[in-house]
Ligand binder design. Sequence first.
Ligand SMILES: Cc1cc2nc3c(=O)[nH]c(=O)nc-3n(C[C@H](O)[C@H](O)[C@H](O)COP(=O)(O)OP(=O)(O)OC[C@H]3O[C@@H](n4cnc5c(N)ncnc54)[C@H](O)[C@@H]3O)c2cc1C
Length: 405
Amino acid sequence: MSTVPTSSVATTSSAPTTSADVAVVGLGAWGSQALWRLAARGIDVVGVEQHAVGHALGSTHGTTRLFRELCLEHPGLTPIAGRARELWRDLEAATGTELLTLTGGVMAGPSAGRVVSGVLDAARAAGTAVETIGAPDARDRFPVLHALPEDHVAVLDPAAGLARPEAGVRASVDAARTAGARVVRARVEAIDEARAGVVVRLGGGGTLTVRQVVVAAGAWTDRLVDLPLRPRRVPMFWFTGRDPAALAPGGILDVGRFPVIIRELDDGRCVWGHGAQLPGTDGGFAVKLGLDDDGTDALGFSDADPDRLDRSIDLGRDAAALADAVAHAYPDVDPSPVSGVACMYTRSADQQFHVGRLPGRERLVVAAGDSGHGHKHAPAIGELLAQEVAGASPFADTTFMRADR
Ligand SMILES: Cc1cc2nc3c(=O)[nH]c(=O)nc-3n(C[C@H](O)[C@H](O)[C@H](O)COP(=O)(O)OP(=O)(O)OC[C@H]3O[C@@H](n4cnc5c(N)ncnc54)[C@H](O)[C@@H]3O)c2cc1C
């Protein structure tokens, strides 16, 4: 195994002690992929995770995430999503796991709204030709959109689909282990930079002394490094049809006819989601829909302490704003959800990620501030982190997501 320059070895009296060249703190969506990409480069790396691999206590659970290649959040994300798609496929091949199912995507709303103009900006920047259709055509091709107002339009993203969060974490950790990475279950209490190396202090008293640390701690990141982040409680919900037959294969709410859709309403609320998956597939047989967090409490979301997150779900209270939006956007869906689970976004001030080195902490590389749109990019973020650690040039321009901006 090749290494980056060698670390010093940790010493403690009784608690677990491990040495490596690089430590990855947090094995959620981003950290697990960093572990894989670092190990794939032959770097001696250890991942440290406070919970079981693939757990449901952070931001990476709930069986599906939307994958979109034309990213309305920033035009610079399109090449990152493209590289992520390639790496999701590589990971599928390496582990024999289905991680990405392309359904095609429909981004619909007012033509001057955030969704449509954001996707068109992304397509222009990428030089990608896209199909934009008017409401009558959209209603015809996607009957689930029959309430789309006459003056709305839809942009099609054929490379959109569904990614699988828990399976993705497990697969990347498996692939990393196969490539030589080790995994320690412990809570990192502090990261101290010393002359001999970076000392990662574990709960229970163990330490790990390494040359560099990747911090990918999701909603817990600001416990370890100083970044302007706001963890938010953002639950997700599943729905059935007003007519149960609508959910059946070929029905109007089946994922084959209700692909990945983001619908912006006239009041600016954005409903994201997809139709029911086939029975027996990971995720079950229900429509998944949610509202994007606007940073206020008006939509049922709130600032959160990740160690004290309210994980109970009140389907009426927590989904009140969503139920109202669903009733407007999708009249075939019963707007009372049948199930929900608490999850977290970690909002950055401008809703772009923070990826890279922090000034004054040059041996730390961070990936944080997912702002609710980070899963699709996870393998590519892992690749960028591995490139930064190895001193290689990034595969894409990441200026807009610099950690120290
Ligand atoms: C409701 C909802 C819907 C979403 N929909 C989409 C979508 O459709 N498409 C999309 O691309 N993205 C979506 N996202 C966002 C996406 O899920 C996140 O961007 C992604 O999961 C973030 O991963 P992460 O690695 O930053 O965080 P996490 O997965 O939470 O990973 C952080 C890890 O660090 C560990 N950790 C933290 N502190 C320590 C410590 N001190 N010691 C050891 N371990 C530690 C945690 O236990 C955790 O495992 C959605 C998010 C939510 C909540």
